[in-house]
Design a protein around this ligand. Structure first.
Ligand SMILES: Cc1cc2nc3c(=O)[nH]c(=O)nc-3n(C[C@H](O)[C@H](O)[C@H](O)COP(=O)(O)OP(=O)(O)OC[C@H]3O[C@@H](n4cnc5c(N)ncnc54)[C@H](O)[C@@H]3O)c2cc1C
Ligand SMILES: NC(=O)c1ccc[n+]([C@@H]2O[C@H](COP(=O)([O-])OP(=O)(O)OC[C@H]3O[C@@H](n4cnc5c(N)ncnc54)[C@H](O)[C@@H]3O)[C@@H](O)[C@H]2O)c1
Ligand code: SF4
Ligand code: FES
Length: 809
C-alpha cells in the first residue's frame, strides 16, 4: 500500500482557504498541503481591519493562524507569491516567483478585490480601496498627513471606513449614489435612523451623488459629480462593492461568470479543482460575508476527507455594522412588498426600530435598529424560516412576560449540530458543545479562547451563552460560582445577601458567622468585605481603614522610591491661575520632583516625602483628587459649547457638575468619566467607564469603556434630552454598579457580565427603580467627606500615619 499522501494545493491564504484547511485538520484529513498567498502575512481576520483602522486593534491582534500554526501542521506556506496560471492538464500551478507546484486536488480561494470606479482620475495618488493590511496602513498614513477624506460608497465597508477615518481625526464625507445608506440591507426607516446616528458621530454625507471624475494633478484634490457640484478631498477611499478574483481561474479554462461557478459540493467545472469563498458563484450568487464561506468550507472539507455531508444549498446572510454605538442588524428579506405580512415598531424617542417580514406565516427577514438584543434569535429564525407564533412574537416584540430562559434553552435544543453559531469565525453549535463537554469549559471567555467563537464582532455572544446554559443546566450556576478568595466558598452575591438577611455589621462578624476558613481573612477578602459593608450600610458602617489597600489608607499613591504623589481635584479638568500658583509654590517649597499632567487632565505632584504629605495638603488647601482610590477619579472634558465652534453642549460645566456631585464615594473599582460637547469626542468617551457625548437633541451616554490593559470600547447606553435626566441616569448606573459589581470589577467587565440590556432595563426602562437607585446613592453621598480635611483635624492619626518612624506597609 502506498504511503504517499495526495497533494492538496490552496491558492489564497485568506479566511475561506484557511478556514477550510482548519476543518480538514479537525477531520483528520491526510494531505501534503501547500498554500500560496499574494499577501506577505499569515492568515488574518480581514473583518477586523475596521478595528485596526480605528485604532482599537493592532495587526498582531487580528492574526488568526500565526507562522507556527503552518509549521505545526506541516503546511508549506508561500507568502508574497501570486499564482499566475493553472495548468489543468499537467495538474500544476505556476507562480510569479517561478514556482511550479503539482497538485492532486486544487482549491481556489482567491477572494475578491475592491471594485474601482472606471472614471477619470482613479489612478491618482491618494485613491485607495479598503481590502487588506496594506490598504489599512495606507489609510492610517494618509490620516496623519491629510485632513479631508471622501469615502465613495455608503455600504457596510464605506461606513466602517468612514468611522475609522473620523476616529483618526479626518474630516470625512461619505458620497453615496442612492438616497438611502446600506440600501442592500436596510429599508428607508432604518437607513435614515442610521444616517442621523452617524451624523451625530461626526460623519458627513453627500447623498444621491454620482462621481464622474477625481480631480487634481498627481494627487487627488476633489470629486466632480454628475450634477456639476464638487467636493474637496485630498484622500479618497473607494468602497462601492467588490469583484471576485477570477482572472487565474478564467485563464485556465474553468467556467466563470461573475464568480467561479461551483456545484453544491464546491467543485468547479474542472476535475479535482474546487473553489470556496468570495471568488465563488454558487447557484448564481456571489457572497461578500464570512458566514457563507465557512459553510462552504465545511462542506468541501468533509468532501475532501471522505466524510458524508449534506450539499451546500446557499446561505441566508445577516449583517451587523461594526461601529460602536450604532446597533443595526439585517437578515434575509428586508424590503416589504404586498406579498409580506409586516410586523414593525418604531420609537422615535428611543431611536429604535424593529421590523419582521413574514411570507405566509414564515419568518423570512428582519431589520433592527437601536436595539439589537434579538439579533441572534432573529438570525436563527430567518435561517430556519420558522413559523411565527405567539411565543416568538412576544419575545421579539417585547410583549413577553415570562419564561424567556426556558424558551432560549429550547431554541438551542432545536438547533442542528452543524449550524454555524459564530458566523465570523465559522464555529458550529457542535464545536461549542464539544468544547464545553470535553474540555470542561464554563465561561464564554474560555469558549472564545478554545473555539474562536465571539472573537470578532461579538454578535454571537448571546447564543454562545445560551448554549453554555443549555449544556451545563444546573451546573451552569454551580460552575459560575466561585468563592471570593481562599477563605470562603461563597461568592459575592451570597455574601451580600447573607450580610443583609443576617444583619451582619462588621468584617469580623461576617467572617465568623459565614464560616471563614481563616479567622483574620486575607488581603483579598478584607478590602472586599469593607467595601460591601460600606455599600450596604452607607450611613452607619464604621470604615475599617486597616482593611484598605495602602494607597487608600494613606490617601496618596506610593511610588517605587517610597515617596508619594499628590493629585489635587480640578473639577472637569479646569483650573485657575490662583490654584496653579499655589501648586507651583507648594511644589517648589516641598521639592516636588516632577509635575506631570495626567491622562485624566489633572496635575500630579510626584516625589513628595511621606512626612510632608499633610503639610502639602494643608498648604494647597484643595480637595483631594482621589487618584489613589477605588472611587470617582476624574471627569475629563472637552472645551464644549462655551468656546468650541463645533460644541452643541456645555461639556465643561457638565463635567464639573458630575465631578462635584459624585466625588469621594467608594466604588468597587476606580471610575473614570468623560464629557464631550459634540460627537467629535475630543475627550475620548469611548474608553471611559461612563462617557457622555453631547448632540443637538441632548446627550448620549456610553458605559463600560476601558483604555487599560483589557481595552474595551464603551457601549451606547441611553440618549437623554435634559441635563437632569443625564445626572439621574449616570447616578443610577453608578449605584447599580456599586450594588452589583464584584469588588475590583471594572465597569467594562461588569457590563459584559450583567449584559447591557439588564442594566438598561433597571436604569432606563424602570423609572421607579431608577428613582430608588438615585435615592440610595444620595444617602451614600451625604456621608462622604474629604479625607485630607478629616485627617488634618486629627493630630493623633496624622502623627501615627505620617510622622511615625515605623513603616506603614
Ligand atoms: C474592512 C473589511 C471588513 C469586513 N467586515 C466584515 C464583517 O464584519 N462581517 C463579514 O461577514 N464580512 C466582513 N468582511 C468581508 C470578509 O472579510 C470577506 O468575506 C472574507 O475575508 C472573504 O474571504 P476569502 O478567503 O474568500 O477572501 P480573502 O479574505 O480576500 O482572501 C483571498 C486571499 O487570496 C489572495 N489571492 C488572490 N489572488 C491570488 C493569487 N492569484 N495567488 C495567490 N493569492 C491570491 C489574496 O491576496 C487574499 O489574501 C469585511 C471585509 C473587509 C475588507
Ligand atoms: N460589517 C460587515 O458585515 C462588513 C463590513 C465591511 C465590509 N463588508 C463586506 O465587504 C464587501 C465590500 O463592502 P462594500 O460596502 O464596498 O460593498 P456593498 O456592495 O455592500 O456596498 C457598496 C455600496 O456602494 C454604493 N455605490 C455603488 N456605486 C456607487 C457610486 N458610484 N457612488 C457612490 N456609491 C456607490 C452602493 O449603492 C452600495 O450601497 C461587501 O461584501 C460587504 O458585505 C462587510
Ligand atoms: S472640543 Fe468638544 S465640542 Fe469641540 S469638537 Fe471636540 S468634542 Fe466637539
Ligand atoms: S458572529 Fe461575529 S464574533 Fe461570532
Amino acid at each position: 500500500m502506498s504511503t504517499t499522501r495526495e497533494k492538496l494545493v490552496v491558492v489564497g491564504n485568506g479566511m475561506a482557504g484557511i478556514g477550510m484547511l482548519e476543518q480538514i485538520i479537525k477531520l483528520g484529513g491526510r494531505y501534503d498541503i501547500q498554500v500560496i498567498g499574494s499577501e506577505p502575512h499569515p492568515n488574518y481576520n480581514r473583518i477586523m481591519l475596521s478595528y485596526v483602522l480605528e485604532g482599537t486593534k493592532t495587526i498582531d491582534d487580528i492574526v488568526l493562524n500565526d507562522w507556527s500554526w503552518y509549521e505545526q501542521h506541516g503546511i508549506q506556506l508561500h507568502t508574497g507569491t501570486t499564482v499566475t496560471r493553472i495548468d489543468a492538464e499537467a495538474r500544476k500551478i505556476l507562480t510569479d516567483t517561478g514556482l511550479e507546484i503539482p497538485y492532486d486536488k486544487l482549491i481556489i480561494a482567491t477572494g475578491s478585490k475592491p471594485f474601482m470606479l472606471p472614471i477619470p482620475g482613479i489612478d491618482k495618488d491618494g485613491v485607495v480601496g479598503f481590502r487588506d493590511i496594506a490598504d489599512c496602513q495606507r489609510m492610517k498614513e494618509a490620516a496623519s498627513s491629510y485632513r479631508k477624506a471622501a469615502v465613495i460608497g455608503g455600504g457596510l465597508l464605506g461606513l466602517e471606513a468612514a468611522k475609522g477615518l473620523v476616529s483618526l481625526g479626518m474630516d470625512v464625507t461619505v458620497v453615496h449614489l442612492m438616497e438611502d445608506l446600506m440600501e442592500r440591507q436596510l429599508d428607508h426607516n432604518a437607513s435614515s435612523m442610521l444616517q442621523a446616528e452617524l451624523e451625530r458621530q461626526g460623519i458627513k454625507f453627500a447623498m444621491g451623488k454620482q462621481t464622474v471624475e477625481l480631480t487634481g494633478d498627481q494627487r487627488v484634490n476633489g470629486l466632480l459629480f454628475k450634477d456639476g457640484s464638487r467636493l474637496d478631498a485630498d484622500f479618497v477611499v473607494m468602497a462601492v462593492g467588490i469583484q471576485p478574483n477570477t482572472a487565474v481561474a478564467a485563464g485556465s479554462g474553468m467556467k466563470v461568470n461573475r464568480g467561479i461557478v461551483v456545484d453544491d459540493y464546491m467543485q468547479t467545472s474542472l476535475p479535482d479543482v474546487y473553489a470556496v469563498g468570495e471568488c465563488v458563484e454558487h447557484r448564481g450568487v456571489c457572497y461578500g460575508l464570512v458566514a457563507p464561506l465557512f459553510e462552504q468550507g465545511l462542506v468541501l472539507a468533509k468532501r475532501l476527507c471522505g466524510v458524508d455531508t449534506k450539499p451546500y444549498e446557499g446561505s441566508v446572510v445577516a449583517t451587523k455594522l461594526k461601529i460602536s454605538g450604532v446597533d443595526v442588524f439585517s437578515a434575509g428579506e428586508f424590503m416589504d412588498t404586498d406579498e409580506h405580512t409586516v410586523i414593525s415598531a418604531k420609537d422615535d424617542w428611543k431611536r429604535t426600530y424593529k421590523k419582521v417580514l413574514l411570507r405566509g406565516n414564515q419568518i423570512v427577514g428582519a431589520v433592527l435598529f437601536g436595539d439589537v438584543s434579538e439579533a441572534a434569535n432573529l438570525q436563527k429564525l430567518v435561517r430556519q424560516q420558522a413559523e411565527m407564533n405567539d411565543e416568538i412574537y412576544g419575545s421579539i416584540m417585547g410583549t413577553d412576560c415570562c419564561g424567556g430562559g426556558t424558551k432560549k434553552a429550547a431554541s438551542v435544543e432545536t438547533m442542528a449540530d452543524d449550524e454555524i453559531v459564530c458566523g465570523c469565525n465559522g464555529v458550529t453549535k457542535q464545536a461549542i458543545v464539544q468544547a464545553i463537554t470535553e474540555q470542561g469549559l464554563t465561561t464564554v471567555d474560555e469558549i472564545k479562547a478554545c473555539t474562536g467563537a465571539t472573537r470578532s464582532c461579538g454578535g454571537c455572544k448571546p447564543v454562545v451563552e445560551d448554549i453554555l446554559k443549555y449544556v451545563l443546566g444546573d451546573g451552569f450556576a454551580a460552575a459560575a460560582k466561585k468563592g471570593i478568595c481562599g477563605c470562603t466558598t461563597m461568592d459575592r452575591d451570597e455574601i451580600v445577601a447573607e450580610i443583609k438577611t443576617k444583619g451582619l455589621r462588621t468584617i469580623r462578624e461576617v467572617m465568623h458567622v459565614l464560616g471563614w476558613s481563616q479567622e483574620e481573612g486575607c488581603s483579598k477578602c478584607r478590602p472586599a468585605l469593607n467595601y460591601y459593608l460600606g455599600m450596604i450600610y452607607p450611613d452607619t458602617y464604621e470604615d475599617e481603614a486597616e482593611s484598605r489597600f495602602v494607597n487608600e489608607r494613606m490617601s496618596a499613591n506610593i511610588q517605587k522610591d517610597g515617596t508619594f504623589t499628590v493629585v489635587p481635584r480640578m473639577y472637569g479638568g479646569v483650573t485657575t491661575p490662583e490654584d496653579l500658583k499655589r501648586i507651583a509654590d507648594v511644589s517648589l517649597k516641598y521639592d516636588v520632583k516632577v509635575v506631570k499632567v495626567t491622562g485624566g487632565q489633572r496635575l500630579d505632584l510626584i516625589g513628595v516625602k511621606k512626612e510632608d504629605l499633610p503639610k502639602v495638603w494643608e498648604e494647597l488647601d484643595m480637595p483631594s483628587g482621589y487618584a489613589y482610590a477605588k472611587s470617582l477619579r476624574t471627569v475629563k472634558t472637552c472645551v464644549g459649547s462655551q468656546f468650541c465652534r463645533f460644541g452643541t453642549q456645555d461639556s465643561m460645566s457638565m463635567g464639573e457638575l458630575l465631578e462635584r456631585k459624585f466625588e469621594r464615594l467608594d466604588f468597587p473599582a476606580k471610575l473614570k468619566l468623560a464629557v464631550n460637547g459634540c460627537p467629535r469626542n475630543c475627550a475620548e468617551s469611548s474608553t471611559k467607564d461612563i462617557g457622555i457625548v453631547g448632540n443637538d437633541g441632548g446627550w448620549e451616554i456610553f458605559i463600560g469603556g476601558n483604555g487599560g490593559i483589557k481595552a474595551r470600547l464603551a457601549d451606547s447606553f441611553s440618549k437623554v434630552k435634559s441635563d437632569d435626566e443625564l445626572v439621574e441616569i449616570c447616578g443610577a448606573v453608578m449605584q447599580l454598579y456599586r450594588e452589583t459589581a464584584n469588588y475590583l470589577e471594572r465597569t467594562s467587565e461588569w457590563v459584559e457580565r450583567l449584559g447591557l440590556d439588564t442594566i438598561r432595563a433597571q436604569v432606563v426602562e424602570d423609572a421607579a427603580n431608577r428613582k430608588a437607585l438615585m435615592e440610595r446613592i444620595e444617602l451614600a453621598l451625604a456621608q462622604v467627606e474629604d479625607p485630607w480635611k478629616k485627617l488634618l483635624r486629627n493630630p493623633h492619626k496624622r502623627g501615627m500615619l505620617f510622622e511615625h518612624k515605623e513603616p506603614v506597609l
